[in-house]
Design a protein around this ligand. Structure first.
Ligand SMILES: *[C@@H]1O[C@H](CO)[C@@H](O)[C@H](O)[C@H]1NC(C)=O
Length: 465
């Protein structure tokens, strides 16, 4: 054998072994998979493994819905569609219920935040309070803070994002008990500009700091389209903490209802690393050793918001990781008891996690359930959820993909009902009222959806049997 060729072959084999050993141990902790070791060119878009690793029980297989097939059956009114909130002059970009469910704030691209009074979900018309935002970018998200008259709004323009907190104007009226004919006018209590650099705020989530020594005030997470998340004190606008999701791009961030945990859904969990290993032989010839395509899963961090004895936030620290999804998590929500997280992923599955674990002892959150996403396009490919919201009783998961809305049973993963075209545009926000609200002669569990079609719709809950 030609000695040059022999050295070449040897260096190729040896280099490959060394590189393999190195990367195996280096990425071992990150659950790496050496996807391919090949001298051939890199496939620009290497397919990720498509089989979910967790066994999926037969029982949980809901009938796949075909997007195209259902289109013809579009009724003008879906049986669960109980009302439409009109009056928006442009796309509705976000919405939020007050803690009693009786006020619904909407952010609209026409530069107005409207607060609808939901005295009866079946009402023919709704009174609403109109907050005209200062010029400088349309609102992208809205949330209530400590009470139903305090609202935090995020706006965005070319120079960056702003946050405004509106609270009730101090009444100078001598007679406090006097019935007010008009709704109280809100005024700006605090504002911040150029936050999150120039990035837009995608979501605002508020929660009451009721865990441990939390002081019962509302804390708010603003999630930027980058990787940063800021936690704010609702009443004062003080920054309580910063975290970085360490992913490529955030989708959203939520705080558990008790104010204890913060979790974010982000793009992307599949980080593709390609390395061209080279070895220089004794003749200074450079040999291309081969490419290593390493796909590792970047686990989702859950942070704990730690309160000091005086009720203020001491720190926001990494608590645990959600390990298991094979691809990016598109959205997540906490259960009402703050002990579970539901995630929807691009790996075609929904997972329910128990986060009530001894993470101080390095115990990882356990997957309680895995369901396949029961939403297919006409070719049979799974469509991924853009948004999720869990009913206040924790039993019904509302999930949306573009203009499609599904209600799933959290127990079985089965589709309880579906509105194929819930709106004429993409759904931009979905939320359950935290409490039942009056509905005609009774009380009902109400879901609200907003859309680019300038509408907000109210939906009653499907039956669970
Ligand atoms: C963006 O908004 C800020 C704050 O509302 C305002 O001061 C600024 O002039 C706006 N910039 C542009 C380019 O519209």
């Amino acid at each position: 054998m030609d000695p040059v060729l022999l050295i070449t072959v040897l260096s190729v084999v040896l280099g490959a072994l060394i590189a393999l050993f190195f990367f195996n141990s280096y990425f071992g902790k990150r659950r790496s998979e050496v996807q391919s070791i090949a001298k051939a060119e890199l496939q620009p878009d290497h397919k990720k493994p498509s089989k979910p690793s967790q066994p999926i029980s037969k029982k949980s297989h809901a009938k796949p819905h075909t997007h195209a097939a259902d289109k013809d059956q579009n009724k003008r009114h879906h049986p669960l569609d109980v009302n439409t909130l009109k009056g928006h002059g442009d796309s509705v970009t976000g919405l939020c219920f007050s803690s009693d469910g009786r006020n619904l704030a909407t952010a609209c691209a026409d530069g107005v935040v409207r607060v609808f009074k939901l005295d009866d979900a079946l009402s023919k018309s709704f009174k609403f309070l109109r907050i005209n935002l200062p010029p400088g970018g349309p609102p992208t998200a809205v949330t209530f803070t400590d009470d139903a008259s305090s609202i935090v709004v995020a706006t965005h323009n070319l120079s960056g994002s702003s946050l405004y907190m509106y609270g009730e104007e101090k009444t100078t009226s001598v007679n406090e008990n006097k019935q007010q004919a008009k709704l109280p006018l809100p005024e700006i209590k605090w504002e911040h500009h150029k936050i999150h650099d120039k990035r837009a705020i995608l979501t605002l989530y508020g929660a009451t700091a009721s865990y441990g020594s939390g002081d019962g005030c509302t804390i708010i997470a603003s999630c930027s389209e980058g990787t940063d998340i800021i936690i704010w004190h609702g009443k004062t606008g003080n920054i309580l903490g910063h975290v970085d999701s360490n992913q490529l791009k955030n989708h959203m961030a939520a705080i558990s209802p008790n104010g204890r945990f913060l979790a974010a859904a982000a793009f992307t969990a599949d980080v593709k690393v390609s390395i061209a290993a080279v070895a220089i032989n004794a003749y200074d010839h450079i040999h291309l050793m081969g490419y290593f395509l390493i796909i590792y899963e970047s686990p989702y961090e859950v942070w704990e918001i730690v309160y000091s004895k005086d009720g203020s936030v001491k720190e926001v620290s990494k608590a645990m990781q959600l390990k298991g999804h094979k691809s990016a998590v598109t959205w997540l929500c906490f259960a009402p008891n703050s002990e579970q997280i539901i995630t929807a992923s691009k790996d075609d599955s929904i997972r329910i996690w128990n986060i009530n674990v001894r993470y101080h002892l390095d115990e990882d959150p356990k997957t309680l359930k895995v369901f396949p996403i029961p939403l297919r396009d006409s070719s049979g490919a799974t469509m991924h959820y853009d948004r999720l919201s869990l009913s206040p009783d924790g039993r019904i998961l509302a999930a949306t993909h573009r203009s499609t809305l599904q209600w799933l049973s959290v127990e079985t993963g089965k589709v309880l009902d579906m509105a194929d075209k819930a709106h004429e545009g993409d759904i931009t926000s979905v939320a359950w009222a935290p409490k039942t609200i009056p509905m005609g002669n009774g009380q009902g569990l109400i879901l609200a959806t907003s859309s680019g079609d300038k509408k907000v719709k109210l939906w009653t809950a499907p039956s669970l049997d």
